[in-house]
Ligand binder design. Structure first.
Ligand code: NAD
Length: 256
């Protein structure tokens, strides 16, 4: 018996869904039957490309635009979502929200400026907070929120101290939100990637750095966006129906 695709009939929004891990999540959720809102901040062409790839694979998707980390970002995102979904053959609202968009800051404490810090937290922490707050009336009961965290909240990593703090706050947000939304049957989990091959870390082009990051995993390789997307698709699905408020490692066993 072929199982029904886990996300059939559902609508999902993936922030930063046009490239890297977000693109893989968008493609995976669409392959499992979801209509996917592919959110992007700047790169319209990348969002169009991801939407086209999904449609070419027989899935359904549409782009949603909003720059995050600026005042009014969450409202702009939902206004764009509402406008775009009105043109789709779908009911308004959504079932799955994936807070994936994020930036890094490869600086030790001595080198972080106030501006760096504020921008980092505005994108990685404040934006998901208000995207959820303003999205809750649209999120259907029984739905799921997945916050993309980082394995670096599990150990000390001073080279990117402010980044790890921004994701640590997201982990705490996940826990509190899971309790708050339980009565609505909405599950909230964090998925924590390890060293993953995307454009967020240009130093990965350096063979020595690649080797060093690969060696952090017990499998001696970098994670691929698809490795993370598989865990997010699970966390967002009914298969994880008895799991909420959890931090799910998707790092290939980094520093276990
Ligand atoms: P990426 O740089 O390829 O993707 C980041 C996405 O976020 C992009 O789509 C980008 O457009 C979007 N984004 C960034 N700033 C934005 C803004 N101001 N407004 C709107 N959108 C914005 O990197 P990635 O590796 O795919 O990162 C995805 C998530 O995974 C991030 O939250 C990142 O912190 C997390 N993560 C990545 C790794 C890794 O090694 N790649 C490890 C742990 C966690």
């Amino acid at each position: 018996m072929t199982p029904t695709p886990r996300h059939e009939g559902r609508t999902a929004l993936v922030t930063g869904g046009s490239r890297g891990i977000g693109r893989a999540i968008s493609r995976r959720l669409a392959a499992e039957g979801a209509l996917v809102a592919v959110h992007y901040g700047h790169d319209h062409a990348a969002a169009e490309r991801t939407v086209k790839e999904i449609i070419a694979d027989g899935g359904r998707a549409f782009p949603v635009h909003a720059e995050l980390g600026v005042p009014g970002d969450a409202d702009a995102l939902w206004e764009s979502f509402d406008r775009e979904i009105a043109g789709q053959d779908a009911k308004p609202g959504l079932d799955v929200l994936v807070n994936n968009a994020g930036i890094t800051l490869p600086r030790t404490i001595a080198n972080v400026t106030e501006e760096d810090y504020d921008r980092l937290f505005a994108i990685n922490t404040r934006a998901p907070f208000f995207v959820v707050q303003r999205g809750l009336p649209r999120l259907r009961d029984g739905g799921a929120i997945v916050n993309v965290s980082s394995v670096t909240t599990r150990f000390a990593y001073p080279a990117i101290i402010a980044y790890t703090m921004s994701k640590g706050a997201l982990d705490t947000f996940t826990l509190a939100l899971a309790k708050e939304l339980g009565p609505r049957g909405i599950r909230v989990n964090a998925v924590a990637p390890g060293f993953t091959e995307t454009e967020i870390n240009p130093t990965l082009r350096n063979p020595e750095i690649r080797r060093a990051y690969s060696a952090e995993s017990v499998f001696d390789r970098l994670g691929q966006p698809e490795d993370i997307a598989a865990v997010v698709a699970f966390a967002a699905s009914g298969d994880a129906g008895w799991t909420t408020g959890q931090w799910i490692d998707a790092s290939g066993g980094v520093r276990i």
